[in-house]
Every structure is written in C-alpha cells, then in structure tokens.
Design a protein around this ligand. Structure first.
Ligand SMILES: [Zn+2]
Length: 171
C-alpha cells in the first residue's frame, strides 16, 4: 500500500515546532531568572501576532502572592498591554504543565493556544492530574501542545530541588 504523504502538512508541523521551540527558549530564560531569585524555575511568555506581549516567572515568594505563578504574571502583563482582560489572539508558552488555577485563568483570558514544556505529574491540570480544558461546562476551548523542550525544563527543576534538599537548614 502506498502511503500518501502530505508534504504541506508536514512542512506546517515543522515550522510550528521551530516557532514553538524559539518561544519556549524565551520562557526558559524567564525560568532561569526565577531561579536566580530563589523562586521555583518556571517561566512563561505570551505571544500575539508573533510579538511578545507578556513575560513572567514564578514570584510567589518575592510578591508574597500565592497566585503569582509564571503564567498568571505573563497573562496580567499581556492583558495590560492589550488593555483588555481578553488576551486575544495569543499563545502562551510555559516551561511546565500548568496547574488548575492557571488553566482557569487561561480560559478567563480566552487564550487561543497553550504550549507547555515538561509535564507536571503532581499538579498538572492539562494531562497529568486532570484534563481541565476538556471540561464540558467551559464556554471556551484552548488548543494545547505539550512536550516542547521538556527535558531542558525538567532538568532545571530537578537541579533546583536537588540543591534545595542539599542546602543546610535555614539556608
Ligand atoms: Zn499555576
């Protein structure tokens, strides 16, 4: 049997991947920034029409704010830039699978696309602990892609928590 090859579709997928990895690298830079500030290294960027309109990294400790996850920080900046709580059209890139709070914020923002890096087995709400975006009561659909530069993201997280465990008490 001859397999039909759709070259155009393949080319689209390749260019999608190149673009996703490019923006994910910028999200990883945000994660590095978080780490340098003693925060769990998770970073995010929001992109609209090819332009970055929001950047964020975890800053819960810095801001004494339980909602200051990378995704929320980046979405807030993007919304202010657009002067609209509906962050459209936009794609959010984040280095780690979002939690339920952040997934909820993405629906409120009417986010078009979410691209994440590593999966989060303990609290991930996209594919690990639940499939939040598939909830039937939601009035908005978010397209998701995962696993982009996942190893770069998870190795940074592993190193961060390893160093934390090895730090002397009180450090
Ligand atoms: Zn979160």
């Amino acid at each position: 049997m001859i397999k039909k090859v759709d070259n155009k579709a393949d080319a689209t997928r390749v260019s999608d991947l190149v673009r996703d990895e490019g923006f994910m690298r910028l999200a990883l830079e945000q994660a590095a920034l978080a780490e340098s500030l003693g925060e769990v290294p998770v970073g995010a960027v929001v992109v609209s029409n090819g332009v970055i309109i929001g950047r964020g990294h975890n800053r819960m400790i810095l801001d004494q704010d339980p909602t200051a996850h990378a995704e929320v920080v980046a979405l807030r900046q993007a919304a202010q830039k657009l002067k609209n709580y509906r962050v459209v059209p936009a794609t959010l890139y984040v280095t780690l699978e979002p939690c339920a709070m952040c997934a909820g914020a993405m629906v409120h923002a009417r986010l078009q696309t979410l691209v994440f890096g590593a999966s989060e087995p303990r609290a991930g709400a996209v594919c690990s602990q639940q499939r939040f975006f598939e909830s039937t009561y939601l009035n908005h659909q978010v397209v998701t892609r995962g696993g982009i530069l996942a190893e770069a993201s998870s190795s940074r997280l592993r190193a961060f928590f390893k160093a934390k465990r090895q730090a002397p008490p009180g450090a």
